[in-house]
Design a protein around this ligand. Structure first.
Ligand code: GLY
Length: 254
């Protein structure tokens, strides 16, 4: 984006290799607030902690896993925690988790002190191919899903395919459905490739998954470039399947 250039780095086992880039984007941060959930904390938090230079203070905020956490009350609790710990505008939030964690982290980063640094470490296929990229943030309301939020772009997105190894099959399939969307809305050849490679993808083949994430992110980028704020019906294409899904989730109380 013209005013918000950022990279999405995709690869397998790339956390250590991207350490330099990550901290070059948040040069003046003295504190890092990692927002994650109980499950991801157990599986992956240590990998992120190991990256952070000793002079930086780390505070971890752990939420319950699941869509129910995506509500204003959670945002309020996190904001209080940040302010209590004297967050400054140079500090950063690391969102470590799936779509729920990414949306919450982005929303908090956009309103704390009117905007602090944000880096996404998506840990699900769905978050790597969709929700971590493009700047939509927010929480659910009893009136509907994602109705409270902001557009706020991160400083960097790090998609480490290796983090998907621990993903339950159901979650991988859910992400695969999101990827099919990119084939349907944009690219017949990709759609056919996805059909042919479904076994590899669902068996966690790293090079197939890298291909899937790269292709999806590039397609999303091209659409977001044309309609960042969802104003001219172009970005609406990315909601193929979401609109219906959102209604179902709302009706079933998330
Ligand atoms: N997840 C749909 C969008 O980013 O527009």
């Amino acid at each position: 984006l013209k005013n918000n250039f950022y990279q999405v780095i995709v690869g397998s086992n790339i956390l250590k290799k991207t350490k330099k880039i990550i901290f070059s984007k948040i040069k003046h941060a003295k504190k890092i607030f990692i927002i994650t959930d109980t499950e991801i904390k157990r599986l992956h938090l240590k990998k992120i902690l190991n990256l952070v230079p000793k002079k930086i203070i780390i505070k971890t905020i752990t939420l319950n896993s699941g869509e129910k956490a995506k509500e204003l009350q959670t945002i309020n609790k996190i904001l209080n925690f940040l302010l209590k710990n004297k967050v400054s505008r140079n500090d950063a939030i690391f969102g470590l988790g799936g779509g729920v964690i990414g949306d919450i982290s982005g929303f908090v980063a956009s309103i704390a002190l009117r905007g602090i640094n944000l880096v996404h470490f998506p840990t699900t296929l769905l978050a790597q191919v969709d929700s971590s990229v493009g700047g939509k943030t927010g929480v659910n309301s009893s009136y509907g899903k994602n109705l409270i939020g902001t557009f706020y772009q991160p400083k960097l997105v790090v998609c480490d395919i290796n983090l998907l190894n621990s993903l339950p099959k159901r979650q991988l399939i859910s992400g695969y459905a999101e990827v099919i969307k990119y084939g349907l809305i944009n690219d017949k050849i990709f759609f056919n490739w996805l059909e042919k490679n479904i076994k590899k993808i669902l068996n966690n083949n790293q090079s197939a998954l890298i291909e899937v994430v790269k292709k999806s992110v590039i397609t999303k980028k091209n659409i977001v470039l044309k309609d960042e704020k969802d104003l001219n019906n172009t970005r609406a294409l990315l909601n193929l399947g979401h609109t219906y899904g959102h209604s179902m989730e709302k009706c079933s109380k998330y």
